[in-house]
Design a protein around this ligand. Structure first.
Ligand SMILES: Nc1ncnc2c1ncn2[C@@H]1O[C@H](COP(=O)(O)OP(=O)(O)OP(=O)(O)O)[C@@H](O)[C@H]1O
Length: 389
């Protein structure tokens, strides 16, 4: 995929946090950590690792990856030493970050990297917010789409982007990804595989691109963000069930879809696109709002979506029967379903979706995570986050 507007940015000179030793005030009180160049701003890479991702595979892969990460990112460092205050260490500790030293240097003269293992759902959101406030150069999600989704949500608070405590408008924290999940669907749009070494190369090179993010609002007024695909009705219900079967790998999506089908009824929905008039779509099976192209473990559901173009691609499937999925499934995977009867695609900047009778509880998910029920409004936030591409 060709990316326009790629900017080369001097990557944070990283400092590594070793997994074997957790932070304690006593342990670190006498040590030195490093800041990059002449700047007094810390230049940190923060890795947010979901050890339970891909049924525990993420945690195992991450442990195996650490020596390579140290050696690959550590060699790029050219940092000036400064004395770390106790306060700084304690702040890192409070935001769940483990501080570690580069094992391949005795002098502690290399750069610093933070790892934080998530302790449960939503923890990645808090870690990310804290890391951005502390001036991290990049926050890197290590896991699947669910972990990436939480990290993206950590870039915002109270409807606004989170910023560095000391920001004078010049510093931007970038988002990075080491895809190590079950589906890792967002990475597919960029052609990235679940190959952590390749991801570390990207991080070392530090190319950044400003990508769009979707924002979802509901009746509560609270904003929720997504980076990949938000979807409604059958696919959302299938995703809800699939999350219970992640131990079966990509098969979870098939099991989830079968279970969702058992209680499925196509529903009439009304939609308002880009602030226009309400339109009725009859017998909707699923409605997918793509900032990127893939969901459900590799289905190219919104094949024209591009997280760099400022628009969503909305794909609406109407009046599908269970056998349509059997005969048309391959088209959903390769992205040729747009030519099938009863499939509509449109490019939008915002879309509001409501039920007509308002009684059935139509499922909504974003980035494969269950969100709740209709009604919802989905808007693009153009070029909202700097992503390491
Ligand atoms: N320590 C933890 N224990 C249990 N669940 C966690 C923990 N940390 C994060 N989670 C939750 O695990 C969920 C799934 O994680 P993740 O997306 O990384 O893996 P996956 O589901 O295997 O991959 P994919 O979403 O790409 O299919 C996330 O929604 C997150 O809330």
């Amino acid at each position: 995929m060709a990316f326009h507007g790629i900017v080369v940015v001097a990557m944070a000179k990283p400092s590594i946090f070793r997994a074997e030793r957790s932070l304690s005030q006593d342990l670190y009180a006498d040590h030195t950590i490093y800041r990059s160049g002449a700047s007094t701003r810390r230049r940190d890479l923060v890795f947010v690792v979901n050890p339970r991702g891909a049924n525990g595979r993420t945690g195992k892969e991450w442990k195996k990856l650490l020596p390579y990460l140290r050696s690959r990112l550590g060699t790029d460092c050219n940092l000036l030493p400064v004395r770390a205050s106790c306060g700084e260490m304690i702040r890192l500790f409070h935001c769940g970050l483990k501080v570690m030293y580069l094992s391949n240097t005795n002098s502690l003269s290399a750069c610093k990297i933070c790892e934080s293992l998530t302790s449960g759902p939503s923890h990645a959101i808090d870690i990310t917010r804290e890391a951005i406030r502390e001036g991290a150069d990049a926050v890197i999600a290590v896991g699947g789409d669910g972990t990436l989704h939480e990290v993206v949500n950590g870039f915002f608070w109270g409807g606004k982007p989170v910023s560095d405590h000391d920001s004078r408008g010049t510093h931007t924290t970038a988002l990075g990804l080491i895809p190590l999940g079950t589906g890792s669907d967002f990475a597919r749009t960029f052609g990235w595989k679940n190959d952590p070494r390749e991801a570390i190369e990207r991080i070392a090179k530090g190319l950044r691109s400003r990508i769009d993010v979707g924002v979802i609002s509901g009746e509560s007024g609270e904003s929720h963000y997504f980076i990949n695909v938000a979807d409604i009705h059958l696919s959302a219900k299938a995703g809800y069930y699939a999350s219970r079967y992640k131990r079966f790998g990509n098969l979870c999506y098939v099991i989830g879809a079968l279970q969702a089908f058992l209680q499925h009824h196509n529903q009439d929905l009304k939609m308002k696109v880009d602030g226009g008039d309400w339109e009725v779509y009859s017998r909707v099976t699923a409605l997918c709002i793509g900032n990127a192209k893939f969901f459900g473990g590799g289905m190219k559901i919104t094949p024209n979506a591009d997280p760099l173009n400022g628009n969503f691609e909305v794909v609406i499937l109407q009046d599908f029967k269970w056998y349509d999925f059997i005969f048309k499934l391959h088209k959903l995977y390769n992205g040729t379903h747009l030519l099938v009867n009863n499939v509509t695609s449109r490019s939008v900047r915002s879309i509001e979706v409501e039920e007509i009778d308002g009684s059935s509880g139509i499922y909504v998910q974003s980035d494969g995570e269950y969100l709740g029920f209709l009604p919802r409004k989905f808007c693009t936030l153009s070029a909202a986050i700097d992503m390491i591409c």
